[in-house]
Design a protein around this ligand. Structure first.
Ligand code: OAD
Length: 249
């Protein structure tokens, strides 16, 4: 199966990849769902909604600061590396990630669309006129929680998309453009959070060959052209070996 898929990934193929938390699992980053997922021990509505931030910004920031501390010790794994190599090799390659961890960028991936934002970016919660729309702040840990806007002294918030918030229109437009592709791979996502989960179906409707890579089956598995079950870091490595060395068995 990998051999046939490797043939489809020829130099002129237009490739779009959607990633989720499973891609970072081998780096030691916790996923959200599943037995050890973050949402087993934490309630999204207490930590990842605008209402939660309004109610208790200190609690929300303590959680994000804790996640930033964990992430600052993690490195990209083989799955990130293979996708980074593809982004440099293929002329028409887009990576849409739901992950906010920044590991795709650290692996050197080009043309990354951060569908759910970045945990390393912040924005002024007052939308103050002195500050940019969002900016990079990699302080770990923050000396004061909740951290303050350097321009107006109000609170800053993490640059991530929370439940109940819409996707940035520009991100949505660029993602929609990337659905006109030859191959759409969805990797390491439970395929339950919308609108991200709808992208693969839209790509299929537009004629793409759709592939899922996941350690388990998801609601999308049986609707796609090919479901490859196994760890992303192993399957993408195996695929890359077959692309770069056609004699590889
Ligand atoms: P989930 O935690 O929901 O799903 C992770 C998926 O990765 C599961 O389907 C696992 O089976 C799979 N998985 C785990 N290890 C893997 C591995 N080594 N290789 C391949 N697959 C593996 O994470 P997401 O689908 O990314 O949203 O979650 C989507 C969104 O829900 C997140 O972006 C976040 C969360 O709430 C926001 O924060 C807005």
């Amino acid at each position: 199966m990998l051999v046939q898929l490797a043939r489809r990934l020829h130099p002129d193929a237009r490739i779009t990849v959607l990633t989720g938390a499973g891609v970072s699992a081998a780096s030691g980053v916790p996923t959200f769902r599943g037995p050890n997922g973050l949402w087993k021990n934490f309630r999204p509505e207490s930590l990842a909604t605008p209402e939660a931030f309004h109610r208790d910004p200190k609690l929300v920031w303590e959680w994000y600061d804790w996640r930033r501390q964990i992430l600052s010790t993690k490195k990209p794994n083989r799955a990130h590396e293979v996708l980074a190599a593809w982004s440099r090799r293929y002329r028409d390659f887009t990576l849409i990630t739901q992950n906010v961890d920044g590991l795709h960028e650290r692996a050197g991936t080009r043309n990354v669309i951060r569908f759910h934002g970045s945990i390393w970016e912040v924005l002024c919660s007052n939308n103050c006129s002195g500050s940019p729309a969002r900016w990079l702040d990699e302080t770990v840990p923050f000396p004061e929680i909740p951290p303050k806007c350097p321009h107006c002294g109000g609170l800053i918030r993490p640059g991530v998309v929370w439940f109940g918030e819409g996707i940035d229109p520009d991100v949505m437009r660029r993602s929609a453009d990337a659905l006109d592709c030859d191959i759409f791979l969805t990797v390491g996502t439970s395929a339950v959070v919308y609108p991200a989960a709808s992208l693969v179906h839209e790509a299929k409707a537009r004629g793409a060959y759709t592939v899922e890579v996941n350690v388990e089956s998801t609601p999308a598995s049986r609707l796609l052209d090919l479901a490859l079950q196994g760890p992303a870091e192993e399957i993408l490595h195996g695929l890359e070996c077959r692309i770069t060395r056609p004699s590889y068995t």
